[in-house]
Design a protein around this ligand. Structure first.
Ligand SMILES: C[S@@+](CC[C@H](N)C(=O)[O-])C[C@H]1O[C@@H](n2cnc3c(N)ncnc32)[C@H](O)[C@@H]1O
Length: 280
């Protein structure tokens, strides 16, 4: 795989992703929300792109000991939902980095609307070349995003480098579990931007090799299989309006690739994991 070409594919995928700033703002307005009075308690219901809602953020935050004094880095922060949630609910400062500039700019505008710009910042950057100095953060988090990033050894090394000694790295991610054939792996790379997916044992090994004690590595696959089937059914229930918005061909393309993803989780080839590690 060509790393630069893959990064361009990921940006193009997220530039056209159905969860985006415009869609979030339209949905808020459809629900009758006055944007001049927007706050995080409302926005958190519209801007997340990971599984299991804000509870999944709380589990990472509590495991990592996030508190008001914490400096947190969200690696591959998307539209910024988790970053704003953490700042609002735990009082900490959060920085998000993301490869896709349109998402960083959207995340900044949503943060401004929610009145959190004094504590939440975003920057366009590749997680493989983290722009921050050594030990700049107390906690590094990530959710359902590192699946897009090739070279997991470099990714983990960068995450550990920017975490202070005694600080935590807490993340969830889509994993390979064995049995995925090379055709489906390539389809999922092209269609969903997955690159060199990690494994439960692989991430534990990389964290330990980078100087961490792994406190937890939890297999979430069974739970995610249920969540993902439900998400696919939701997508299909909105077929008429989605086709009207994006056209039949795009709707079918999404349905095909998402179906492959969901069935790969259901049949045990892919899954999910949650990791908590402390930098020694
Ligand atoms: C599923 S979204 C993140 C969702 C977010 N964690 C949340 O819970 O709402 C994945 C993000 O990963 C970003 N990404 C992919 N490759 C990256 C890289 N090499 N460096 C930084 N960000 C990357 C994408 O641009 C995208 O915004």
């Amino acid at each position: 795989m060509n790393i630069e070409a893959h990064a361009r594919d990921v940006v193009s995928f997220y530039d056209r992703h159905p969860i985006n700033e415009q869609q979030i703002l339209e949905k808020l307005q459809l629900d009758g929300i006055d944007l001049s009075r927007l706050n995080e308690d409302i926005l958190q219901n519209y801007d997340m792109d990971h599984y299991d809602g804000v509870e999944a953020i709380d589990i990472l935050a509590q495991g990592a000991g996030i508190a008001a004094a914490s400096q947190v880095l969200d690696v591959a922060s998307g539209m910024g939902g988790p970053a704003r949630y953490l700042a609002h609910n735990y009082g900490c400062r959060v920085t998000g980095i993301d490869l896709t500039e349109s998402r960083v700019e959207g995340a900044k505008r949503l943060t401004e609307l929610a009145g959190l710009s004094d504590r939440v910042a975003f920057r366009t950057a590749n997680a493989l070349a983290n722009p921050f100095p050594d030990q700049a953060f107390d906690v590094v988090i990530g959710q359902e995003a590192w699946c897009h990033i090739p070279e997991k050894e470099q990714l983990i090394a960068e995450c550990v480098r920017v975490t202070r000694a005694g600080g935590h790295i807490a993340f969830t991610d889509i994993l390979e579990r064995g049995g995925l054939n090379s055709d489906d792996r390539e389809k999922l790379r092209q269609g969903m931007g997955f690159a060199d997916l990690g494994t439960l044992a692989g991430y534990q090994g990389l964290l330990a090799a980078a100087g961490c004690v792994v406190a937890a590595a939890e297999d979430l696959s069974a739970r995610w299989a249920v969540i993902l089937r439900h998400r696919l059914e939701m997508y299909r229930s909105l077929e008429a309006q989605t086709v009207a918005q994006v056209g039949e061909a795009t709707y079918r393309r999404w349905d095909d690739i998402y179906s492959l993803f969901v069935s790969s989780v259901e049949n045990g080839h892919l899954g999910g994991g949650r990791f908590l590690a402390r930098r020694v």
